[in-house]
Write a protein that binds this ligand. Structure first.
Ligand code: DAH
Length: 363
């Protein structure tokens, strides 16, 4: 606002000078049209307002001051009028927005539904596997993700010089070199066998599933991640053989992938089983005729398994002459990728809502 010249101002009563000074802040505190109208009355109304009193002061001023004071008075009036007009149109626009928002509200419409959360697709796949095995008498066991070498390697009959024990493959805890991030869910076998060994006869055996996170020093790429998931399974009983393992897993895969799902077993080596094998399922995408996912073979590898090595039972305090059993370990990401035709593992960890929503169809 233009500041009136000091000479001219000296002709005005002090309260007028103060009113000039206060105008800007008084205007900015007007937040409704009513408040603005009140201010308008005080400053530029017809009677008793500051501008009409300014006009009176002008009339009474000595002749030689009139010109000077007149310019000041007119300047002030114009400034006030313009500023009030601008504020008035701002407040009118705000009021219109408010009114139209009020009119748009229809109380008879159903309320907007907030987006609902859901379990992550990997957790849902693990839950489904648990649901398949639960009716077969398997319960869920958990183990710590920070493990000891004893559980992760020694108890599993993994030799001292096995490459997996090296710092190139395994995350060891810097402060406690005997502690590591478990490289598989198999150490849960060791913990459960040790815990249940004393009551094995009373219970008649052991059956459990252990889903969880595992860690390996892998670079992130479309098929690798330093953190991934496995589901471990184990059964201990008397007279357990490969036929039990094959029957159980063949049944579970049909329950998981549908009655058409075929499986095949290939001999393989894991230190904690003897004999050891890997199991393939008929590629869920092409049904076995060969495609990109199964690299033309019609089969995709899904888990490692075998009959529990006598040393593993012995270390846990279980007599392998009396007891036997099988174990398996399944890769969760690998299976989820296959079932959902997801070409890149990283999508499961990036939490892009669009991907997760599409994955709703994984069940
Ligand atoms: N622990 C193995 C891995 O991470 C998978 C595995 C193989 C688990 C054979 C088992 C098994 O229980 O019997 O590659």
């Amino acid at each position: 606002m233009t500041q009136p010249d000091a000479n001219a101002l000296s002709l005005l009563p002090t309260e007028m000078v103060e009113a000039c000074d206060d105008f800007s802040s008084a205007l900015s505190t007007c937040s409704t049209l009513d408040e603005l109208n009140r201010l308008k009355g005080i400053y530029i109304g017809r009677e008793g307002s500051f501008s009409s009193r300014l006009m009176d002061a002008l009339k009474k001023a000595p002749k030689e001051q009139k010109r000077n004071l007149g310019a000041v008075v007119n300047g002030l009036k114009k400034t006030w009028e313009d500023a009030i007009k601008v504020r008035q149109s701002e407040l009118e626009t705000a009021k219109q927005h408010l009114d139209s928002a009020k009119n748009a509200w229809d109380a008879t419409l159903p309320p907007p539904t907030p987006p609902t959360g859901a379990l992550h697709p990997l957790n849902r796949l693990m839950d489904r596997l648990v649901d398949v095995f639960r009716p077969l008498g398997y319960h869920v066991e958990e183990g710590p993700e920070v493990e000891t070498e004893e559980h992760n390697f020694d108890g599993l009959n993994i030799p001292e010089d096995h490459p997996a024990r090296g710092t190139a493959d395994t995350f060891y805890l810097a402060q406690h070199s005997e502690l590591l991030l478990r490289t598989h869910t198999s150490p849960v076998q060791v913990r459960v066998l040790k815990r249940l060994a004393p009551e094995l006869e009373k219970k008649g055996g052991i059956r459990f599933l252990a889903p969880g996170r595992v860690y390996r020093k892998d670079e992130i790429d479309p098929t690798h991640s330093p953190m991934f998931h496995q589901v471990e399974g184990m059964l201990v009983g008397k007279g357990i053989g490969m036929h039990h393992l094959k029957g159980t897993l063949a049944y579970a895969m049909k329950a998981l992938f549908g009655p058409e799902a075929d499986v095949r077993f290939r001999p393989s080596y894991f230190p904690f089983v003897e004999p050891g094998c890997e199991m393939d399922v008929h590629c869920p995408l092409c049904g076995g005729s060969g495609c990109r996912v199964c690299k033309g073979s019609g089969w995709v590898e899904i888990l490692g398994a075998g009959l529990i090595h006598p040393n593993v039972l012995r270390i846990a305090g279980i007599d392998p002459e009396i007891w036997s059993g099988f174990a398996f370990g399944m890769g969760v990401e690998r299976t989820a990728m296959m079932v959902s035709q997801t070409p890149d593992l990283r999508l499961f960890f990036e939490n892009d809502q669009r991907f997760l929503q599409v994955m709703g169809g994984l069940d």
